[in-house]
Design a protein around this ligand. Structure first.
Ligand code: F6R
Length: 609
């Protein structure tokens, strides 16, 4: 939610700020702006809409200067218009601030500042910050920021520049991410790693309530008590190429086509192919801890939540441990009934989802071990969790999560198999059998991706419908939910996911020939049940698209269209079944001319509650 970029060095700031903003646009795209400091003057340019509009504005006149801040906004307080766009400044235009988060006590602060003579121009919560810093300013910017932040309630990641103290950027964070990029004679500030990779892969992760004073030659970081802190510079393994579209029309398509690589990376990294045994690093759970687990809670949001639902089936099946899955946003407000022997897992691609972080905090407060499954090294969740499994998926830029979902599923399989190995809920030959099938997955995924032209044809046939029902049963029910989510979020077509067996308890009333049904029906143990459900649907004159196992003739006599996926173990079908559904949503959205990588109203990292 909102992207922040900052630059201080000897190059012109604007091209670097714009480039960084483009990399951060997935975090919000309601409006964008920059502030550049030169010769005791801060020049601000901002515009409603996407970065491209800001770029057009800048073509008319480019502010010159080697120090600047940029911001791309996902509106919370105040409409997405020019006035509410960041950066914001105080009364004398001496201070400019970019902010990600929500200042909860802004109305009180605003009232006070107005009574002291400050003049506000926007409807945002953020605008209190430059005024507060202005009113707290004595002799240096860092102290003014520190004193101001002590008065703030809510969440923030901020970057501040001032003509009164011009050789620096001051930054701080509380419940919103912020990282510092370390260059040679130049320094950077950003909400996320992809914005920096073109310039440096040496970063410092700012922790909660730390205040950084960044100059072109380095950074000094203090805490709220003013103590100077020693911080480690981390080398990030991702490179700049990973954040480009590499010839694909959209990041989403590139990321779907990277799924084979994601599966392969994870298998090569964790499975010893000759012995077919598993290794899971970063797991600080002892074998005794694993053996004693009584119950597992998996907490996540959105697509990660659907991965968690698949995880429930896998874990219960392979380890015999009872698993409960909850939306992190719901769990955080529930009475927490955790036993010391329960394990908590949180799943988050970004590692920055506010609700998931809050749920993680609540679980740690009662002493639970939290195992995180995340994509982003250095993210808040990866740093807070007691153990971390990384997705090995590379940066995911498209707002709709695709390859990360595959990485999450693979991680859940690997954890389940590892727990099964430790707890001896499966014997060695059973584990070997699953691993042998697992190893074939990259090739199977490749076969599906090669059939993309078939999906393009299907999308042409289906793109003009306004409603879809997705049905699945057992382990493929969450895949129905995920397929429907993908379609609705990028094409704005209404789609609902439902357990196939529940259809006759309500949704069947909706069905007619204008309401197609996508049924995930691989040849697994509930296949015959799903076939009966398809018959019920067909009796209502409804168009059916089936996702079925290669060679299944029966379904081709029933469904109007069938997309075949390779045969595998029952438990592994979700990985294969979701790929055509991701492509189906992608191509429909493309046919409809939607802005696929930046769907309206969405942002990639939901860092506010
Ligand atoms: C959907 C999507 C979202 C995220 C959700 C959680 O395509 O991307 O539903 O899955 O916002 O995000 P993370 O996984 O970063 O916690």
């Amino acid at each position: 939610m909102c992207g922040i970029i900052g630059y201080i060095g000897s190059k012109e700031a604007v091209p670097i700020l714009l480039d960084g903003l483009k990399k951060l646009e997935y975090r919000g795209y309601d409006s964008a702006g920059i502030a550049v400091l030169k010769d005791n003057k801060i020049e601000i340019k901002k515009s409603k809409g996407k970065i491209a509009r800001l770029e057009d504005l800048l073509k008319k006149s480019i502010p010159k200067g080697n120090t600047g801040l940029g911001h791309t906004r996902w509106a919370t307080h105040g409409k997405p218009n020019n006035l509410n766009a960041h950066p914001h400044n105080g009364c004398n235009s001496e201070i400019a601030v970019v902010h990600n988060g929500i200042i909860e006590n802004y109305l009180l602060l605003k009232e006070r500042l107005i009574s002291e003579g400050h003049n506000f121009v926007s409807e945002t919560d953020t605008e209190v910050l430059p005024h507060l810093i202005e009113s707290n300013y004595k002799d240096n910017l860092t102290s003014a920021v520190k004193e101001s932040l002590k008065e703030i309630e809510g969440s923030y990641a901020i970057g501040v520049i001032s003509t009164r103290d011009p050789e620096k950027i001051v930054a701080s964070r509380w419940r919103s991410p912020l990282i510092i990029g370390v260059g040679k004679g130049e320094m950077f500030l950003a909400s996320d790693i992809p914005a920096l990779l073109k310039y440096t892969n040496r970063v410092i992760f700012l922790e909660e309530r730390e205040i950084a004073t960044i100059t072109k030659d380095g950074v000094e970081i203090i805490n709220f008590e003013g103590k100077i802190l020693e911080k480690e510079i981390i080398n990030i393994e991702w490179d700049a190429e990973m954040t480009e579209k590499s010839g694909y029309k959209h990041f989403m398509l590139k990321e779907i086509f990277q799924e084979t690589m994601v599966i392969r990376n994870n298998l090569e990294d964790r499975i010893n192919l000759s012995t077919k045994s598993l290794e899971l690093y970063n797991l600080s759970l002892s074998l005794k801890n694993i053996k004693e687990i009584k119950k597992i809670f998996i907490l996540a949001c959105g697509t990660s939540y659907y991965a968690a639902l698949v995880g429930k089936y896998i874990l219960e099946e392979l380890t015999n441990i009872n698993v409960e899955v909850d939306y992190a946003s719901e769990f955080r407000y529930r009475k927490i009934l955790l036993d010391q022997k329960d394990l908590v897992m949180v799943i988050s691609q970004s590692g920055e989802t506010a609700d998931t972080i809050a749920a993680l905090n609540s679980c740690q407060e009662v002493g639970s071990h939290v195992l995180a499954i995340t994509n982003v090294r250095g993210s808040t969740i990866s740093r807070k969790a007691d153990s971390v499994i990384y997705l090995n998926a590379g940066p995911e830029i498209g707002v709709a999560s695709t390859k990360a979902f595959i990485g999450q599923l693979i991680s859940l399989y690997l954890i389940s198999l590892y727990f099964a190995q430790v707890r001896e809920s499966l014997n060695f030959s059973e584990i070997k059998k699953i691993i042998s099938e697992f190893i074939k997955l990259p090739q199977m995924a490749e076969i599906i991706l090669l059939k993309d032209p078939e999906i393009i044809k299907l999308s042409e046939e289906f793109c003009n419908f306004h409603n879809f029902l997705y049905l699945g049963r057992g382990i493929n029910y969450p895949i129905a939910l995920e397929g429907a989510l993908k379609l609705k979020e990028i094409s704005y077509i209404h789609a609902e996911g439902y357990p196939a067996g529940e259809m006759k308890h309500g949704p069947i009333a909706l069905l007619d020939k204008t309401f197609p049904v996508v049924v995930i029906a691989p040849r697994d143990k509930v296949y015959n049940k799903v076939i009966n459900n398809i018959k019920e649907v067909k009796a209502r004159d409804t168009l059916v698209l089936g996702i079925a196992t290669e060679g299944d003739k029966e379904i081709s006599n029933l469904a109007d269209r069938v997309f075949y996926i390779p045969q595998t173990l029952d438990l592994l079908y979700p990985i294969l079944a979701v790929i055509p559904l991701q492509l189906f949503a992608y191509h429909i959205a493309d046919k409809l001319g939607c802005d696929i990588d930046k769907p309206r109203n969405l942002a990639k990292s939901v860092t506010v509650e």
